[in-house]
Structure formats: structure tokens, C-alpha cells
Write a protein that binds this ligand. Structure first.
Ligand SMILES: Cc1cc2nc3c(=O)[nH]c(=O)nc-3n(C[C@H](O)[C@H](O)[C@H](O)COP(=O)(O)OP(=O)(O)OC[C@H]3O[C@@H](n4cnc5c(N)ncnc54)[C@H](O)[C@@H]3O)c2cc1C
Length: 434
């Protein structure tokens, strides 16, 4: 395919692959990037919130021309039952700062832009090229890739796998096990178009301000999962996702959940009159720290979703992808400068560097959460029902005195989940959260 030997081959042009390729090319390395999609972003799905900090560390002036939708000034967290929700809102004018902290984006546009920067930095990008396997030397060291192109092999000192959650190259090459249905979520998402003034009045926004709503509760019908609603300039992204093994057990469909979420009386008015122009589905690796595969070996490094770098509790993924991609790139540059080979022993530096970042600290902190959520489904059904019923008792003025209402609420919690159950759940949550 390509005769030259490269310093590095990057598989995938998502945020992780782009971050790695850009970082290495900026430091003068010769980089080949392979993307199976027609163009970068054509196959990618995200909510999507972009966390500025991770990108700023790669392209400090990205705000000058990146396709950003709205900067987030308000975060809502909804605990829902079938007809209502108990919510927490945080809104601050401080988020109208000069360099905003979070933005909504549209991935197809954002990935195209990021890829433009990567190519400007000197990376050779080949789209519509699927990497099918890793090539190894007789000692087992990875020395390149085979692709689905005619005679499609390419060689490099190191291969960086940024192929996303369903990383078949790494899997087929025995670098990581098959995805387990209880550590991966299936999410579906729609884009609903509305005039920007309508979005702004419905969500109480001006200019490019944006709102993020994260939702959990009976909307997932007892399964482990969450929903979201994000405001773009002229569209609203709405989606919901649950753990794959829960879908298999319940027989529910992702699109069925999304339809019900859209019909919820708290959501329907937000979408009223909109036109749905896009539907997408994608997996999210949610196993966290305990599901992480080996991250490096002789001649290879894994970055982004392929390495399970997603913080499901905070719904962060693209920032972990960009950070792991950047750090992988920096590690390769560092080895190159020292004229050292990309051996497994030398690439341990990648993990050492990652350990010092929020990526490993956060994933390690939450390592017990996926298991806790999987085993404690009352978090998604019983508690939302109890909470919303308590709110209704409390706020309804009906001649019942307040002490009696307190008693009624307390009794409802005891009936719904027994005292040992309540105490046990609080204890288990606190332990998992530590
Ligand atoms: C519904 C949903 C909502 C989300 N919301 C958010 C959010 O709001 N904020 C956030 O930070 N994260 C969010 N995430 C997570 C985020 O999308 C991912 O963490 C992030 O995209 C991972 O980046 P990546 O580069 O590792 O993988 P990807 O973005 O999946 O990119 C992988 C790339 O590799 C290519 N590829 C795969 N295999 C091959 C191959 N064999 N050969 C060549 N190319 C290949 C693919 O085409 C793709 O372009 C969300 C995810 C989903 C599904």
C-alpha cells in the first residue's frame, strides 16, 4: 500500500486517534493514520459534550475555529418516575467566561475539524481503509498493520490503537478479550431540530448558552442506564442507554426506551414541534477500571474507548480519549528522542504517565461503581419512585399537617426498601464512591 516506513501508525480518527496523531506529528514524527469511515466522524456517535480542558492541552487556541454549538451554563440532574422528576439544577453566569469549560458539539463536524488540524500537522490520513490485523515480526513484536486495501500493508515502529469501543483489531490480535455484555452499554440518540429562538426560550438561554440534562430513574425500566438531553444551536440531542446484558434479560428495545423517554410529560414539551433528522446507536464501554485490558505491549499502545477509558458516572469519554491519545503520543515522542525502541518495557512509561492524570485517578476511584449499579437495580426503580412520591407528599397542600407528612414519607421509604435495606444501600454506595 504505502512503501515508506512510518514512525507510528494510528488506527482510527476519533478523538483518541486524532490526539495521538496530532501530538506526534507536531513533534516531527512521520505518522500514518487509517480510518475506516468515509471521512473522520462519519461513523462516530456522542451525546455530545466536549470538555475544553482536554482539547486545550492539545490545541490551545481551538476556540478560534472549532465547530462548537453552545457553551454549557446549566447542568440539570433529573431523578424520574413515570410522570414526574425530582431535579437538581446548577446554573451559573460564571460559565459565561471568556474560555468556557464545556460545549455541546456535533461529532461529525467536530471530528472533521480535528482531523483537518491533524492533517495540517503533517499526518498522512487514509479514509475508507479498515485495519484488519496487526503484523508481527518473528519475535512477536508488532511492526505494522494489514488493511482491506489491495496489497494493503503498512509498517511502523509503533501502532497506536484508537479504534473505539468495538476494537476488533486488538481483539482479533489477542491483545484484549471480547467485550462482556455486562460491561458495555448500548445507547441510542436522536437529533431534533427547532429554531434557535424556540430552544432558547424553552431552556431559558441567550446567545450561545446551553443546558445539559442528565436523567435516571424509571425511564430505563429497572435497567442500569441513563438518559440525556443536550441543547445545540438549532437542535436538541436526546438519548438513552443501558447495559447490554440488561437489554438481553428484559427483552426491552433501546428505541422503545427512547420513544417512552420522549413521551414523558417532562420531556415532551421540550421537543414539541421539532423535526427528528438523525438517529444513531453506539456502544459505550462502562466497565471502568476493572474492565481495562492490557494497555501496551511490544510495538503497540491502546488509547480511548478501546482501552475502556470512560468515566460512566460523570459521562466523560471524549476527554479521556483525547488525554490518553495525547499521552500515548508524548510517550512515543519521548522514546524517539532517547533513541529507544517501543518495547513493552519502555512503553510502561505510557502507563506511568497516565497514572499521574485524572484519567487513572478517576477510574480507580470509581472502580467499584459499575458492579454496585449492576447489583443494585433499586437505584433505577425503587428510589426514584420513593423520591418523587416524597416530593409530591411534601409539596401538595391538602390539610395534612407537616409532622404527619414527614411520618408518611419515612414510612413510605421503610415500606419501599426496609430499614436494613436503606442503611445497607447507603453504606454500599459510600463504599463504592470512595
Ligand atoms: C450516545 C453516546 C453519548 C456520549 N456522550 C458523551 C459526551 O457527552 N461526552 C463525552 O466526553 N463522551 C461521550 N461519549 C463517549 C465518547 O463518544 C467516546 O468516549 C469517544 O468517542 C471515544 O473516542 P475514541 O477515539 O476512543 O473512539 P471513537 O470516537 O469511537 O473513534 C474510533 C474511530 O476508529 C475508527 N475505526 C474503528 N475500527 C477501525 C479499523 N479497524 N480500521 C480503521 N478505523 C477504525 C472508527 O471509524 C472511528 O472513527 C458518548 C458516547 C455515546 C455512544
Amino acid at each position: 500500500m504505502i512503501k515508506d516506513k512510518f514512525d507510528a501508525i494510528v488506527v482510527g480518527a476519533g478523538p483518541s486517534g486524532n490526539a495521538a496523531a496530532y501530538t506526534m506529528a507536531k513533534q516531527g514524527l512521520k505518522v500514518l493514520q487509517l480510518e475506516r469511515g468515509e471521512y473522520p466522524g462519519s461513523k462516530n456517535v456522542q451525546g455530545a459534550i466536549l470538555y475544553a480542558d482536554a482539547l486545550e492541552k492539545i490545541i490551545p487556541d481551538f476556540r478560534e475555529d472549532a465547530p462548537l454549538e453552545r457553551h454549557v451554563i446549566e447542568q440539570r440532574l433529573w431523578t424520574m418516575d413515570d410522570t414526574s422528576y425530582v431535579g437538581m439544577h446548577y446554573r451559573s453566569d460564571d460559565f459565561n467566561e471568556e474560555n468556557p469549560n464545556r460545549y455541546t458539539i456535533i461529532r461529525a463536524q467536530f471530528d472533521k475539524w480535528f482531523s483537518g488540524k491533524v492533517r495540517e500537522a503533517g499526518v498522512v490520513l487514509l479514509c475508507e481503509t479498515t485495519v484488519t490485523e496487526l503484523l508481527r515480526d518473528p519475535q512477536g513484536r508488532v511492526i505494522g498493520v494489514r488493511t482491506d486495501r489491495e496489497g494493503g500493508t503498512a509498517f511502523a515502529d509503533i501502532v497506536i490503537l484508537g479504534e473505539g469501543v468495538n476494537g476488533l483489531v486488538g481483539q482479533r490480535s489477542g491483545l484484549r478479550p471480547e467485550l462482556k455484555p455486562d460491561t458495555v452499554a448500548l445507547a441510542v440518540k436522536e437529533m431534533h431540530f427547532l429554531p434557535r429562538e424556540v430552544i432558547e426560550s424553552r431552556f431559558n438561554l441567550t446567545g450561545n448558552e446551553g443546558v445539559v440534562i442528565e436523567a435516571m430513574g424509571t425511564i430505563t425500566d429497572g435497567m442500569t442506564g441513563t438518559g440525556f438531553i443536550y441543547t445545540n444551536q438549532e437542535s436538541i440531542s436526546i438519548g438513552i442507554g443501558c447495559i447490554v446484558s440488561d437489554f438481553a434479560e428484559s427483552g426491552r428495545t433501546p428505541y422503545g426506551l427512547l420513544e417512552a423517554f420522549k413521551r414523558h410529560p417532562s420531556v415532551r414539551p421540550l421537543l414539541e414541534g421539532s423535526e427528528c433528522k438523525e438517529y444513531a446507536a453506539h456502544l459505550i464501554p462502562e466497565g471502568g477500571y476493572n474492565a481495562m485490558p492490557q494497555l501496551f505491549g511490544d510495538g503497540w499502545i491502546v488509547v480511548g474507548d478501546a482501552g475502556q477509558f470512560v468515566n460512566a458516572v460523570h459521562r466523560e469519554g471524549s476527554n479521556l480519549a483525547m488525554t490518553t491519545g495525547r499521552i500515548a503520543g508524548e510517550t512515543v515522542v519521548w522514546l524517539k528522542r532517547r533513541r529507544e525502541v517501543a518495547s513493552e518495557a519502555n512503553l510502561a512509561e505510557y502507563q506511568r504517565r497516565l497514572e499521574a492524570t485524572f484519567v487513572m485517578k478517576d477510574l480507580r476511584k470509581y472502580r467499584r461503581i459499575p458492579d454496585f449499579l449492576h447489583r443494585n437495580k433499586q437505584i433505577f426503580g425503587t428510589y426514584p419512585r420513593l423520591l418523587t412520591a416524597a416530593a409530591q407528599t411534601w409539596f401538595r397542600v391538602d390539610g395534612v399537617d407537616k409532622r404527619a407528612k414527614e411520618k408518611q414519607i419515612f414510612q413510605a421509604f421503610r415500606n419501599g426498601r426496609s430499614l436494613p435495606g436503606l442503611i445497607g444501600d447507603a453504606f454500599k454506595l459510600a463504599r463504592s464512591w470512595r
